[in-house]
Write a protein that binds this ligand. Structure first.
Ligand code: NAD
Length: 366
């Protein structure tokens, strides 16, 4: 399963995107296009050894169809590792919708999307991601039962973002323990890149503990909310990497850790909610390790949301979900230990644990 474990942000020059998916051992990629509603995008199913694939539906203003395909390839694969390392019985999947017209995003649009989800017969379960919320999930529910993160009023576990934020917060505390010898965040300077659903909940938790927040977001009204409510300081979109902070928390989109940004980092810790933070998992994971930056692997510490969605599927119990999210703290420390002992990046250490569970399960099924 070696090719399963290393990926770059782009296919190499001689490789097509579908060849990249083949190399990463994706099980299925579905392209959908409905002219009437303007719905267009992909559902990616990476691996279903541990259970049906689950992952959020992202709607984004992609510049072209290839960027959307690349995103679904990377995101669905990340979900495989995330569910595996979290000990839940789900595989990795994700969906992306290419759309730059909010007026098109009607109930009918989401019902159409749900028809494509339904056509997969439960191999893919949709939930929230960037651009979607419980409202869209409630439209999907009318067409398919293969959704999670349902509104509380409709019997679901609700928005997964607070659970994701809680896990990231614990990942940051474990990282502080590793970097500074104690997990106290009082007075620590934290850069939050993206103060949307998860970024804002995380900011609230950090502010409560006395951290000093420096926030950047493309959406100025979200920046204003953090500045006014949490006493955060606004910084420029391009200032986040070189800012003199203790902690950088990427909570926007992926691939922000790359050959251009890593040399700029002055922080001791990188830990945030964004999926696929490393542009090139091997190279950039190793760079952070060599630079002595404590990097909490994204798919480990941002698993709170998928854990809560899983609990909704097996029978919702908030305390049980929280107990599983709380385990992120110890698991992060375990990964740091493994990285230290084996002299490998924290990303590689986390990947090793995630892959082992999949391999063991596969072997048992034979
Ligand atoms: P969101 O859309 O609510 O927030 C993302 C924010 O990032 C937006 O406000 C957007 O304006 C901002 N942004 C985008 N590009 C930016 C840039 N270059 N610089 C600064 N800000 C930028 O999404 P969310 O649900 O909070 O998710 C945030 C990240 O966490 C995503 O990568 C998502 O995949 C990941 N994640 C979310 C969950 C969840 O429970 N929602 C779970 C796991 C992982």
């Amino acid at each position: 399963m070696s090719s399963f474990s290393t990926t770059e942000v782009k296919p190499n020059s001689t490789q097509s995107l579908l060849a990249m998916a083949e190399n990463l051992q994706h099980e299925q990629i579905v392209y959908f296009n409905d002219e009437e509603t303007g719905l267009k995008g992909f559902i990616g199913i990476h691996n279903t050894v541990l259970g049906p694939s689950l992952g959020g539906c992202r709607i984004w203003n992609y510049t072209d169809i290839d960027s959307a395909l690349l995103d679904v390839i990377r995101l669905s694969r990340g979900m495989t590792f995330k569910s595996s390392i979290s000990g839940i019985n789900l595989g990795g999947g994700k969906s992306v919708i290419i759309n730059n017209n909010p007026a098109q995003r009607t109930e009918k649009f989401w019902r159409k999307f749900a028809e494509y989800v339904e056509s997969l017969g439960g191999r893919y379960i949709a939930a929230e991601d960037v651009g979607t919320s419980t409202k869209e999930v409630s439209y999907m529910m009318e067409v398919t039962k293969h959704v999670s993160g349902k509104p509380v009023e409709q019997g679901g576990a609700g928005d997964p973002s607070p659970f994701t934020a809680h896990g990231v917060y614990l990942g940051i505390k474990a990282s502080a323990k590793k970097a500074y010898g104690n997990e106290d965040l009082n007075g620590r300077k934290v850069v939050i890149q993206g103060v949307g659903h998860v970024g804002y909940y995380l900011s609230e938790m950090l502010a409560k503990e006395g951290a000093k927040l420096f926030v950047a977001d493309l959406n100025k009204s979200l920046v204003k909310r953090a500045v006014e409510n949490l006493n955060a300081t606004e910084i420029g979109i391009n200032e986040v990497y070189s800012f003199d902070a203790d902690i950088y928390a990427p909570c926007a989109l992926g691939a922000t850790l790359n050959e251009n940004t890593i040399p700029q980092l002055k922080c001791a810790i990188v830990a945030g909610s964004a999926n696929n933070q490393l542009a090139n998992e091997k190279v950039d994971g190793d760079s952070l390790f060599k630079k002595g930056i404590v990097y909490a692997p994204d798919f480990l510490i941002n698993a709170g949301g998928v854990i809560n969605c899983y609990q909704e599927i097996i029978g919702y119990n908030r305390d049980k979900a929280m107990e599983k999210v709380d385990a992120i703290y110890e698991q992060t420390l375990n990964i740091f230990k493994l990285s230290e002992t084996e002299k490998i990046s924290t990303h590689s250490a986390a990947e090793k644990i995630a892959l082992k569970r999949i391999e063991d399960t596969k072997a048992k099924k034979k």
